[in-house]
Write a protein that binds this ligand. Structure first.
Ligand SMILES: Nc1nc2c(ncn2[C@@H]2O[C@H](COP(=O)(O)OP(=O)(O)OP(=O)(O)O)[C@@H](O)[C@H]2O)c(=O)[nH]1
Ligand SMILES: [Mg+2]
Ligand SMILES: [Zn+2]
Length: 340
């Protein structure tokens, strides 16, 4: 099973990385250094955008730890460079070196192979959870993303894409999903990139913040970016006819400017997503409908499974708490408890 909490070793790694995050810029030589934001980052390759909106390719000083798309970094200009950067110079080999990562407001991470923690994006204001009818929506995945959003903290927006593919059965699934999350208090937009439905609404919901599109491969994240940014060139992939799954077309997170100071980060689709929770309290905090009953049970250490006078069980019986959400909450708690 994928890791759902940090091991001691991972905690040590993350805290040692914090030492590389710069808090005091007074010591920097202002004439040869500047702040930029990471547009995309893959291995030793990093593109950043300066405050003057110039895109530059950078090397990375060793031992800086993880750097994510959306990070603010300090870039030093190599003094031997003779030309100035320009927007069209992305592919030329200029001498810019990332020497520090600035303190983050938050960092979205996911678990990779063998439980390794991988950064997805930093300094996020809104998590946009994209789901579609093909591949099939997975409410447990949506709930795990919502948990991550609540704990970042960041706003959350749910998009149900590909409504053009709805038949009578899937129409009901989409309606139920939309009603459930809207009732809890989340904004849900039903969209079709193909039929230009919901695109203006999405565009409006992304203003004045940095948002990241997350979800399974093939749900249409890059297609949504392309629809709100018609001039950008974005790779759009097929959904495999055999499996109905996406083909993992986007391989690196990358960000784009939108109208009204919005920034959107397109991220590679996932097969699964595991929020990293450090405590049961974080899981409870991640469920905005469940957490209002926290502390109201008869027993302060109530597991909400079989105890008498459990406020959460009661709320489910009274239809004040959605049963599926409550079950997903218990499932995430149980998976957390099963870890070492
Ligand atoms: N019918 C229909 N197809 C769509 C819609 N939006 C996207 N698609 C198709 O879905 C497929 C996958 O789209 P992408 O935008 O590449 O999906 P993605 O979520 O970015 O996938 P990854 O990059 O692999 O994570 C493409 O064939 C799109 O043309 C839609 O609204 N309706
Ligand atoms: Mg994509
Ligand atoms: Zn209880």
């Amino acid at each position: 099973m994928a890791k759902r909490k940090l091991s001691k070793q991972q905690q040590r790694r993350i805290s040692s990385q914090q030492q590389n995050i710069i808090k005091d810029e007074e010591s920097l030589d202002k004439s040869s250094s500047q702040t930029a934001r990471v547009i995309s980052h893959h291995g030793r390759q990093l593109y950043a955008e300066t405050e003057a909106l110039e895109k530059i390719k950078c090397k990375i000083r060793q031992n800086l730890g993880d750097i994510a798309c959306g990070d603010y970094v300090v870039i030093q200009t190599n003094k031997t460079a003779t030309t100035t950067p320009s927007a069209s110079d992305v592919s030329t080999n200029k001498q810019y070196v990332v020497i520090a990562v600035k303190e983050r407001t938050n960092l979205l991470v996911k678990t990779g192979i063998a439980g390794a923690i991988k950064p997805v994006a930093a300094n996020i204001g809104q998590l946009v959870i994209v789901t579609a009818l093909k591949p099939k929506p997975n409410p447990y995945l949506i709930d795990r993303y919502l948990t991550a959003a609540e704990n970042l903290p960041a706003k959350a927006l749910i998009i149900i894409n590909k409504v053009d593919l709805l038949d009578d059965e899937t129409k009901k699934i989409a309606e139920d999903l939309s009603n459930l999350y809207q009732k809890i208090g989340y904004c849900v937009i039903k969209a079709s990139v193909k039929h230009n439905i919901g695109i203006t609404e999405i565009s409006d919901a992304l203003s004045n913040t940095t948002s990241i599109l997350v979800g399974l491969s093939g749900v249409g994240k890059s297609s949504i970016v392309e629809a709100i940014l018609p001039k950008e060139e974005i790779k759009i992939g097929d959904v495999s006819q055999a499996t109905g799954e996406g083909k993992h077309t986007t391989t690196v997170s990358a960000f784009y400017h939108l109208k009204d100071n919005g920034i959107i980060i397109d991220s590679p689709g996932v097969r699964d997503f595991t929020p990293i929770n450090n405590s049961l309290d974080e899981i409870t905090h991640g469920f905005i409908d469940v957490r209002q009953f926290h502390g109201a049970c008869k027993f302060s250490n109530c597991s909400h499974l079989k105890e008498p006078e459990c406020a959460m069980q009661q709320a489910v019986s009274d239809n004040k708490l959605n049963k599926q959400r409550f079950n997903n909450y218990l499932r995430l708690m149980q998976e957390f408890n099963q870890q070492d």
